[in-house]
Design a protein around this ligand. Structure first.
Ligand code: AMP
Length: 212
C-alpha cells in the first residue's frame, strides 16, 4: 500500500502530480479543493456553507473539511493520496488520529517547493474547461485555439480564486497556516522536500524515485 500527502503552496502543482501519481499507482485521490468546487457548483448545503470562504481564498472551517476526509479515507485499494489536506496543524493532528484509528499505513509526505514568482505566473495563467474540468496553462500547456477547450470546444474559464487579489490572500493563508506543517512533519522519516520550479516530468520523477 502506498499512501501519500502532497503539500505545497497554491500553484505548486499538487493537483497535476496527484492526477499522475494516483493513475500510476491506482490510488484513491482525495482533493479537498475539487470536492469543495463540486459542492459549490451543485449548490448543495455543504457548498452553500463553504462558498464564501473559498471565494475569498480563506480556509473552510476545519470541522467541515475533516468530515470530508473522515468519510473518504478507508483501508482499501492500493492506498490514498491527499491533495490539499491537511492545511493547518489542527487538520494534521486529526489526520494522525484517523490514521491510527483506521489502522492505515503512515504516508509519504512530499512538500513541492516553488518560488513565489513562479507560483504567481502559473496561477494567473491557469484556465479550466467548465465542461470536462481539464486544466490548461496558457504558458506551457495552452489549448490549440485561443482559450477554447481542445475537446469540448467551449471557452476556458479562470478559477474565481485565481484573481490576483485572492491569490495574494491564499499565499498569506499558506504562509501562516500551512507552512508551519513542514516543521511538524520534518520529524517523520517519510518527509521529503521536492524542488518544484522545474518541469512537471522532473517533479514527477523525483517523487517516483523516492517511492520506488
Ligand atoms: P485548492 O484547490 O486546494 O487550492 O483549494 C481551493 C480552496 O478550497 C481553498 O482556498 C480553501 O478555501 C478550500 N480548501 C481546500 N482544502 C482545504 C482544507 N484542507 N482546509 C480548508 N479549506 C480548504
Amino acid at each position: 500500500m502506498i499512501n501519500i500527502i502532497l503539500l505545497g503552496a497554491p500553484g505548486a502543482g499538487k493537483g497535476t502530480q496527484a492526477n499522475r501519481l494516483s493513475k500510476a499507482y491506482n490510488l484513491t485521490h482525495i482533493s479537498t479543493g475539487d470536492v469543495i468546487r463540486e459542492e459549490i457548483r451543485n449548490n448543495t448545503n455543504f457548498g452553500k456553507k463553504v462558498k464564501s470562504f473559498a471565494d475569498k481564498g480563506l480556509l473552510v472551517p476545519d470541522e467541515l473539511i475533516i468530515e470530508i476526509i473522515e468519510s473518504r479515507l478507508h483501508k482499501e485499494g492500493n492506498g490514498y493520496l491527499l491533495d490539499g489536506f491537511p492545511r493547518n496543524l489542527k487538520q494534521a493532528i486529526s489526520l494522525d488520529t484517523m490514521i491510527r484509528e483506521k489502522k492505515l499505513d503512515y504516508p509519504y509526505i512530499f512538500y513541492i517547493e516553488v518560488t513565489e514568482d513562479e507560483l504567481v505566473k502559473r496561477l494567473t495563467n491557469r484556465r479550466y474547461c467548465p465542461k470536462c474540468n481539464k486544466i490548461y496553462s496558457l504558458i506551457n500547456n495552452a489549448p490549440e485555439n485561443n482559450e477554447i477547450c481542445d475537446k469540448c470546444r467551449v471557452k476556458l474559464l479562470k478559477r474565481k480564486d485565481d484573481e490576483v487579489t485572492i491569490i495574494k490572500k491564499r499565499f498569506e493563508v499558506f504562509k501562516s497556516e500551512t507552512y508551519p506543517l513542514l516543521e511538524y512533519y520534518s520529524k517523520s522519516e517519510k518527509f521529503y522536500k521536492v524542488e518544484g520550479d522545474s518541469s512537471e516530468d522532473k517533479v514527477y520523477k523525483s517523487i517516483v524515485d523516492i517511492i520506488k
